[in-house]
Design a protein around this ligand. Sequence first.
Ligand code: ZN
Ligand code: ZN
Ligand code: ZN
Length: 354
Amino acid sequence: MVITMTINELRRDYIIDRWVVIASQRRKRPTDFIVERPRERRSAECPFCPGNEKSTPPASLVYLLSSDGSIRRDEDRGEERHKNWIVRCFPNLYPAFSPIKLESLSNIQGGFEYVRLDALGYHEVLVESPNHDEHPSVARVGQLIHAINALKDRTKFFMEKDFVKYVSIFRNHGASAGASLSHAHMQIIAMPIIPKIVFEEYSASKRYYEDNGRCIFCDIMVKERGTERLIYENNAFMVFAPWASINPFEFWIFPKRHQSTIIDMRDDDVKDFAVTLRLCLGGLRGLLNDPPYNLGFHMMPGEHYHWHVEVYPALSIWAGFEKSTGTYINIVPPEEAARCLRESLESEKRRLVH
Ligand SMILES: [Zn+2]
Ligand SMILES: [Zn+2]
Ligand SMILES: [Zn+2]
């Protein structure tokens, strides 16, 4: 018996010093990831469903439909709760960050060894739809547009606070990806520090801008467009499987126009973004039987930074090697992932509802 050994490819991220092993010989096909997923039981007590508004804190923002069809923005006051909302934002019951400054803590305490900051900020839930199961992978485009506009509104509100250094928007889908409630929702955390990954992207793109006079993300898009990693593009957005994907079937969504945060999106961009999310997450759902995933927005004010969304299907378990080294093994080459996602997305286009 002849044992042939092939060498895997080690890839570095475009920008940050993060490495991933593309393990082609351990390659798996999409069907290998499909597992029987029991339908999540919908509890009658879902606190995010219409009618149960009292089980959550007062809304910081609701979209209401006026009789003329336009959207009216409002918030809950006191014990009153708005009904018939289209999207609804409210503080997380167990916030990681809160706007209340603790008197007992000074802003920075200790010497060189122990640095302490008040966890000043906000932690909110955005319920994307009154319909429990209207996740972006199946949502009406019109509903997604409302959810994205609400994200813009809250981001703008948080970024204007001087103690907020970063606004993180993320989504956990499926219990094994950390979603404790199955009602379609995202979370927004406004925090007093810039997280490490974003800071590395931010600093590296600043250096590139100073050296080349161009945005590195815009340059990446130009190059990726000509590769087999391209998954989808429309007027305003482009989606590709990144060169050094660390997760199987990972993909990144970029606005084509140079924009540093989602606040810069115009109305027609918002519509194209909604279509992009619907098609790509729908394609992922179709390909892998509604897999668990996490996604996160990266955005920072600054002329050299370019916002984007990173989608991480939660299909592999990171164990000793990954956790101890910050280096990853990905058993699906991004070129293969892109090919499968492109195909799945094609059939998704027929299911699009505006
Ligand atoms: Zn619900
Ligand atoms: Zn750019
Ligand atoms: Zn990023």
